[in-house]
Design a protein around this ligand. Structure first.
Ligand SMILES: [Zn+2]
Length: 277
């Protein structure tokens, strides 16, 4: 297998981690081990309204329960708060936003959720505010990047780089972080494929060649009953639920293997590599 320097596990503390998250992190660990990559634990906590301390604690509890290792990043809640929260990297995100502004590639958008849905049934943004030329300093506006020249999935056209609350949007923060930490292997669910396209485009605009050249592994999503997407609110698929039932970690891994339809038994993260060929 190709060798890599760094990969990351990037949970969001907006709910209790479920089996699909566990699979993603376990696969990341397995691929890191095979490819010589260091693992960074990066907690994506910029969506401040959804962050709860019990969800943060759940991240550490789940990783330790599943014995998924990591090399850099916070060892515990205290280190996370003191050093590793994305809040501590705000200057990096703001610098990237300043660069986008200086390049003249962003515009302010004051569309409400209702306006967006009225403009397009799925809420796909069609560039309505591009010609309004609102000041980027207008309070309560988001910043969108002009993607008219890019071949992006419909859902990512004119994607938001700065949210209405002034915080950097996920696409920007994730890209800046991956660049900052020298990530050259990104393992994520296939539901983030569109995000990868958006971030690759943003990397080109900002001049971050390392991200463009990184390797991406988009793994299949675990589903309940063969079709339903797992969600963080569904209690019975949360790792915490299993943990509290006193179920051994091997059983969790076996369940993941079953949900993936693997023909061989899985007892730990080390067994997962063959699942992506
Ligand atoms: Zn708008």
């Amino acid at each position: 297998m190709q060798q890599f320097t760094s990969t990351r596990i990037a949970p969001t503390p907006s709910g209790f981690l479920h089996l699909g998250n566990a699979y993603s992190f376990a696969l990341t660990a397995a691929l890191a081990k095979r490819s010589g990559a260091q693992i960074l634990l990066r907690i994506d906590d910029l969506d401040r309204k959804r962050v709860k301390s019990e969800y943060l604690a759940d991240i550490f509890d789940t990783l330790s329960y599943l014995e998924i290792p990591w090399d850099t990043g916070p060892r515990d809640y205290h280190e996370y708060e003191a050093t590793f929260s994305q809040v501590h990297r705000m200057a990096l995100y703001e610098d990237a936003l300043r660069q986008l502004r200086a390049k003249g590639v962003v515009f302010a958008c004051d569309c409400s959720r209702t306006t967006l849905l009225n403009g397009h049934p799925q809420g796909v943004y069609t560039g309505a505010c591009k010609t309004k030329r609102l000041s980027l300093d207008t309070p309560g506006c988001s910043w969108r990047i002009d993607t008219a020249a890019a071949a992006l999935p419909e859902y990512m056209q004119y994607f938001v780089v700065r949210k209405k609350d002034g915080f950097p949007a996920y696409q920007l923060a994730s890209l800046v972080d991956d660049t900052h930490f020298g990530i050259d292997l990104v393992v994520r669910g296939s539901d983030l494929w569109e995000s990868t396209q958006a971030q690759t485009y943003l990397a080109e605009v900002l001049g971050y060649p390392a991200f463009r050249d990184a390797t991406f592994c988009h793994h299949p999503l675990l589903t309940a009953n063969g079709q339903e997407k797992l969600s963080k609110s569904a209690g019975a698929t949360s790792v915490r639920y299993f943990r509290r039932q006193g179920i051994a970690k091997e059983e969790i891994y076996q369940t993941i293997g079953r949900l993936l339809g693997l023909a061989y038994p899985v007892y730990g993260w080390q067994d997962l590599v063959p699942s992506i060929g």
